[in-house]
Design a protein around this ligand. Structure first.
Ligand code: DGL
Length: 262
């Protein structure tokens, strides 16, 4: 009998965390993935910490009940609000993510870095701590972009509307001298080519998906029953599964139908 490995559980406020799942899939193609998007409550950027902590707790419990052997919080906003609490409570590794201030500070030549993120991430103590530790000598300009989260949730990655909205966030940062942009929200890698186009080819864009996948690889407990062949992804959502599946197929080739979260 072929046993299957216990999956890696991944969650986000919605569909954006699939950008992190893609980085994990690339590094660890044989690990089965279990993804849950809290689409009934997206965006997290407008909710308070207490609410996000409660949601993160419920999503993590769902993933643990389904056998997850590690949890990835594929959301900067939820990491800032809930990672510490989840780590206290859960016995398995919890990998979170945060805006890549350290690599951006090392990369910038102009000394000016732009951060595209949610208002929640920008206002968080965790982000303030990153600036204290790694932002010395660098001017960090922050740009909350709730409408870009909404674009990705609707699966709108190209076209005039997307371009206008991306431009409105990116142009002021570049005009102010930023030569490095941090994608501080997991929805934004899906808009990366548009962001690059608006910023110009000489602006460096930094995403944390691959770094999170490497951190997961370091902390992932071995599973003897791990498959030796490519594993799949299962999708769940607290929102409308049909809608979630439809958008997921634009972001993830061969995305399976999503199931309800219950
Ligand atoms: N994808 C999320 C993040 O990385 C948040 C988007 C939202 O729900 O506001 O911050």
């Amino acid at each position: 009998m072929v046993k299957t490995a216990r999956p890696i559980g991944i969650f986000d406020s919605g569909i954006g965390g699939l950008s992190v799942a893609a980085a994990i899939r690339e590094l660890l193609p044989n690990e089965p993935l279990l993804y849950v998007g809290d689409s009934a409550h997206v965006p997290y950027g407008g909710h308070d910490d207490q609410f996000i902590r409660e949601r993160a707790g419920a999503l993590a419990d769902f993933l643990v009940d389904r056998g997850a052997r590690a949890i990835v919080i594929a959301c900067n906003t939820a990491t800032a609000a809930a990672a510490a609490r989840l780590r206290e409570r859960l016995a398995i590794p919890v990998v979170g993510m945060e805006p890549a201030v350290k690599p951006a500070a090392a990369a910038t030549r102009s000394g000016i870095v732009g951060v595209l993120a949610t208002a929640g991430t920008i206002a968080s103590a965790r982000f303030a701590g990153l600036l204290d530790r790694f932002g010395e000598g660098v001017e960090v300009l922050t740009e909350p972009c709730p409408d870009l989260v909404d674009l990705v949730e609707r699966g709108v990655l190209t076209g005039d509307d997307a371009q206008t909205r991306v431009s409105a966030h990116v142009r002021p940062l570049v005009s102010a001298g930023a030569d490095t942009l941090i994608l501080g929200c997991t929805h934004f890698p899906f808009l990366r080519s548009l962001i690059q186009q608006e910023a110009g080819a000489e602006v460096r864009i930094i995403d944390t998906g691959a770094a999170v996948a490497r951190e997961l690889q370091r902390r992932l407990p071995a599973d003897e029953s791990a498959a030796q062949e490519e594993a799949g992804i299962e999708l769940f959502t607290s929102g409308d599964p049909e809608r979630f599946s439809r958008i997921a197929r634009r972001l993830w080739i061969d995305a399976p139908d999503a199931g309800p979260l219950n």
